[in-house]
Design a protein. Structure first.
Length: 230
């Protein structure tokens, strides 16, 4: 077994999940393609040796906040090179994952590469989240909306909640300053139809970094004026 295979298997186990050999192969092949493509087209600044921990295992910390149900529909806003959407798709074969980004080349890379690596339950979508939130085909359609490293919480929540169905939830992958970002946003979150934000702290396996996951349940419909167009 290679070091990366070991790192991935033990890290995922630490998060409470098991990977099949096929899932390991798919994820590592995705990372290999990312590394190669990244040499000619800037997709990530994270160094190659940190891909397993800072891309895959970090993305998978979101598993600890997912509802316990099959056939989830999940939208990843600002997926970039496919994080957290692609690792989540690999771990949740019965879920349908939509990878959204406003840069067409990134969407194409993430969706095509995932599919060619055997992660076939994700589709790419090229749009801005502000516009998608007003599109009846997408508004209030998703069980879960995730996002990592896209915007401050006060901006992000307005992009995320309109796309979540009532009864679904938002999972924002935030860093050490999550509390600061959350302060003062209570009335906006409530206006958007969200319940109180809850933060869960999860260690990224094999690192001394802690991910702060901000979870907001959607309790009521979002008023039609949101997301406000920028
Ligand atoms: N989630 C990835 C990428 C973060 S970089 C990761 O954590 O590695 C932020 C990404 O969000 C960029 O790819 C950018 O194109 C995209 N983005 C920023 N604003 C957006 C918006 N309003 N709608 C859709 N995508 C957006």
């Amino acid at each position: 077994m290679t070091n990366e295979e070991k790192q991935l298997l033990t890290g995922v186990r630490e998060l409470g999940y098991e990977l099949s050999p096929t899932q390991v192969a798919s994820l590592l092949s995705y990372l290999e393609h990312l590394d190669i493509t990244n040499r000619s087209f800037n997709l990530t600044r994270i160094p190659r040796e940190d891909y397993v921990s800072l891309h895959v295992l970090d993305s998978l910390t979101a598993l600890t906040c997912l509802p316990d149900s099959d056939h989830l529909s999940l939208l990843d806003i600002g997926t970039g090179a496919g994080f957290p959407g692609v690792p989540l798709a690999a771990l949740l074969p019965s879920a349908k994952i939509t990878l959204l980004d406003s840069t067409a080349k990134k969407v194409r890379f993430a969706a095509d590469t995932a599919n060619s690596c055997g992660i076939t339950n994700c589709v790419g979508l090229h749009a801005r989240a502000e516009a998608l939130g007003h599109d009846p085909k997408h508004r209030e359609r998703y069980d879960v909306v995730t996002s990592r490293a896209v915007a401050a919480f006060s901006t992000l929540i307005e992009l995320m909640l309109p796309l979540v169905r009532v009864g679904g939830r938002v999972i924002a992958l935030k860093g050490a300053r999550a509390d600061e970002e959350l302060s003062g946003t209570e009335s906006l979150v409530s206006e958007l139809g969200g319940g109180p934000a809850e933060t869960r702290i999860v260690a990224i396996p094999g690192t001394d970094i802690h991910r702060q996951l901000v979870v907001v349940e959607k309790l009521r419909k979002t008023p039609g004026k949101y997301p406000r167009r920028k």
